[in-house]
Design a protein around this ligand. Sequence first.
Ligand SMILES: *[C@@H]1O[C@H](CO)[C@@H](O)[C@H](O)[C@H]1NC(C)=O
Ligand SMILES: *[C@@H]1O[C@H](CO)[C@@H](O)[C@H](O)[C@H]1NC(C)=O
Ligand SMILES: *[C@@H]1O[C@H](CO)[C@@H](O)[C@H](O)[C@H]1NC(C)=O
Ligand SMILES: *[C@@H]1O[C@H](CO)[C@@H](O)[C@H](O)[C@H]1NC(C)=O
Ligand SMILES: *[C@@H]1O[C@H](CO)[C@@H](O)[C@H](O)[C@H]1NC(C)=O
Ligand SMILES: *[C@@H]1O[C@H](CO)[C@@H](O)[C@H](O)[C@H]1NC(C)=O
Length: 655
Amino acid sequence: MAPKAATELAMIWLWLLLVALIAAPAGADPQTRLLNQGCSQYNASDLSDFYANLNATFSDLGDQLGGGGKHFATAQQTRGSSPVYAMAQCRNYLSVADCSDCFAAAEKQIRNCSAANGARVIYDGCFLRYESNGFYDQTTLPGNVGLCGKQTVSRNAAVFTSAVEEMLSDLQVATPKINGFFAAVKKEATASGGGENVTVYGVAQCAETVTKSGCEACLEVAYANLQSCLPDTDGRAVDAGCFLRYSNASFFAQNQTTNLAPFLSNGSSSKKAIIGGVVGGVGALLLLLLIGFFVWFKRSRKPQAGARGDILGATELQGPVNYRFKDLKSATNNFSQENKLGEGGFGDVYKGTLRNGKLVAVKKLAIGQSQRGKAEFESEVKLISNVHHRNLVRLLGCSNKGPELLLVYEYMANSSLDRFLFGERRGSLNWTQRHDIIMGTAKGLAYLHEEFHICIIHRDIKTSNILLDNDFHPKIADFGLARLLPEDQTHLSTRFAGTLGYTAPEYSIHGQLSEKADVYSYGVVVLEIISGQKSNEIREDDPVGEYLLERAWKLHERNSHIELVDESLDPEEYEGETMKKIIEIALMCIQSSPAARPTMSEVVVLLKSKDSLSPRPLTRPVFVDGNLWPKGDASTSTASSASNATASISRVSGR
Ligand SMILES: *[C@@H]1O[C@H](CO)[C@@H](O)[C@H](O)[C@H]1NC(C)=O
Ligand SMILES: *[C@@H]1O[C@H](CO)[C@@H](O)[C@H](O)[C@H]1NC(C)=O
Ligand SMILES: *[C@@H]1O[C@H](CO)[C@@H](O)[C@H](O)[C@H]1NC(C)=O
Ligand SMILES: *[C@@H]1O[C@H](CO)[C@@H](O)[C@H](O)[C@H]1NC(C)=O
Ligand SMILES: *[C@@H]1O[C@H](CO)[C@@H](O)[C@H](O)[C@H]1NC(C)=O
Ligand SMILES: *[C@@H]1O[C@H](CO)[C@@H](O)[C@H](O)[C@H]1NC(C)=O
C-alpha cells in the first residue's frame, strides 16, 4: 500500500505543478484589442508569387519574435513580380509568449485583406504591416490618428489632464534618445485639496528602423493627436512609425517602467550647466555667441525633424479618420456664420481649425440618416478617402456618430473658381493660370472616370466645385458624394441632379447617366473659363440675348472664336490658334449625343497635343441654358423633346 500512496502523492504534486504552469500564462494578455486596420485597394498582380512571399515573410517574422525573443522584426521576400515587405512590432512590456500570440492574431487578421498588396493591423499589444515596397523608414503619414477613450475621467480632470500632458511630453522627448525607442512610464500627481492622488500610465514606441529625428517627428504628431483626447480616461495615437498611449489604468507590469530622468535632464539641464559655466567664466559676449550658435543649431535641425514619410503610393498607412463631432464643432466655432465658406448641393461648408492647428473644410451633409445608410456611408467615405490625385480635393475623414453627418476635407486657400471668373476677384486670373485650370480639371476627371479602380461620375461639375490651392492649381471638390444618396434620390431629384446650365441634356431630361454627363459639364466650364461669362446668364451688353453655349456655337460657325475670349485677358498672352482649338474641344464636349463627346482622357490628349484638331464634325448642341427654354430658332433640333423637357426642367429648378 505504501508505494501506491507515494505514487498518488507524486501524481497530485505533478498535477499541482501542471495547474501552476497552465495558470501562469492564464494571467498573460497579448492585448489584441484592434485599434486600426486597413487593406490596400490594389491586389497583388501575381497571386501565387504573392502568397508564397507573404507566407515566407510572416513565418520569418514569427520566428524572430517567438523563438528569437525580439520585439521588433522586419522581413521581406522579393522573388517574382509581387514582392512583400513586412514589419512587426510588439510593445516591449509584453512577454515573449504574449508577443507571439499577438503576432499570431495579427497575422490571422491581416489575411482578411486576401490579396491586397498592402495591409496593416494595429493592436494595443503589437502591429503588423506589409507592403509591396520598402516602408521601414516611414514615420508619420496622412492617416495618423488619435483614438480617444469613450469616457472622460470623473474626478480631478484638470490634474489628470496636466499629468498626462506632462507625461506624454516627457515620453516624446525621451523615447527617441532611448536605445530601442521604447519607454513605459507611470506618473503620480497630487490632487489639489488633499484628495486621492492621480496616477497616469503611458507608453511610447517607434519602429526601430526609423531615425532618431524620424521618431521625434512621429511622436510629435502623435502627441498632438492625443492632446485632443484629454480629459478622456485613455487615448492611443497610431501612425506609420510610432505608437503613443496613455491611460488612467495600468496596462503593463510595474517592473516594466522606464526611468526617463537621464534622457530628460540631458536636454535641458546640461544646456543650463553650459550656460551657467559660461556666464561665470568668460562673460556675456561668449554667452551671446553660444546662444546664437544654439539657435542656429536648433533651426538647422528643424527641417530634418519635420521630415515626413513618403506620401505617395497607394498602400501607405491611410484611411479616413473618424473625427469626433464635438471636436469639429469647436474647430468650426460651433458652425458659426463667420466660419461658413459656402453652400453646396450637399450641404454647407465651414472652415475649421483642428486642435493641432491644421486647417480643414468641414461639410455638413444635408442627407437624411438611416441605420442602413450609416454603414453605407462609412464604406463610401472609405472609398472616397482613397482617391488621391493632385487635381482632386482630399477627403480626410468624417464624423457620423454625432447629430450630423460631417465630412472633413483639406482646406483650399483660394476658395472656388467661380469667385475668380464671376465674383469679387473677377478678371484676376491670367491665361496661363486659366489654361492650367482647364488642363488640371480634365486630368482630375480623367482619373475619376478611368484610372481609379471604379468609375466615379461626379454629376455636378461646375465652377463652384473647382477649388484653387495656394498656387491656383485646380482641385475638384464634392466627387463621389452622389454615391452617398439612396438610389431613388440620385436621378432627377430636385436637389441633387446637378446644376442647371451645366447638366447634360440626356441626364437632366431623361436621367440617363454616364461619365459623358461630366464631359458635357466640363465643356461648359471651359467655355466659362475662356469667356468669363456664366453659362446661365446673358451678358448685359448683349443685344441678341444669347446664352453662353449658343453664343459660342454661333461664333464657331462664323469662325470668329476669339470674340468669345474674356476681354480682361491680355491678347499678347495667348495664341489665337490654341484658343480656337480649346474652344473647339469644349464644343466637342457639349455635343448633344453622349457618344459624340470625347472621353476625359481623350480631352487630356487633345489639350496636350500641339497639332490643331483633326476636324471632327461638330453638330449644333442642344441649348438647355438658364431658366428659360431657348428662344427662337435654337429650339428646332430639340422641339420633339421640348414638352418632355420642360416638365423635368421645372422639377430640376424648383427647389
Ligand atoms: C481584390 O481582390 C478581392 C478579393 O479577391 C476582390 O473582392 C476585390 O474586388 C479586388 N480588388 C481589385 C481592385 O481588383
Ligand atoms: C499561405 O498560408 C495560408 C495560411 O496559412 C495557406 O492557406 C496558403 O495555402 C499558403 N499559400 C502558399 C502559397 O504557401
Ligand atoms: C474577416 O472579415 C469577415 C467579413 O468582413 C469577418 O466576418 C471576419 O470576422 C473577419 N475575420 C477576422 C479574423 O477578423
Ligand atoms: C479610470 O477612470 C474611470 C472614469 O473616471 C473610472 O471609472 C476608472 O475606475 C478609472 N480607472 C482606474 C484604474 O482608476
Ligand atoms: C500623493 O503623492 C505625494 C507625493 O507625490 C505623497 O507625498 C502623498 O502621500 C500621496 N498621497 C496619497 C493619498 O497617496
Ligand atoms: C517583472 O515581474 C514579473 C512578475 O510579476 C516577472 O515574471 C518578470 O521577470 C519581471 N521582469 C523584469 C524585467 O524584472
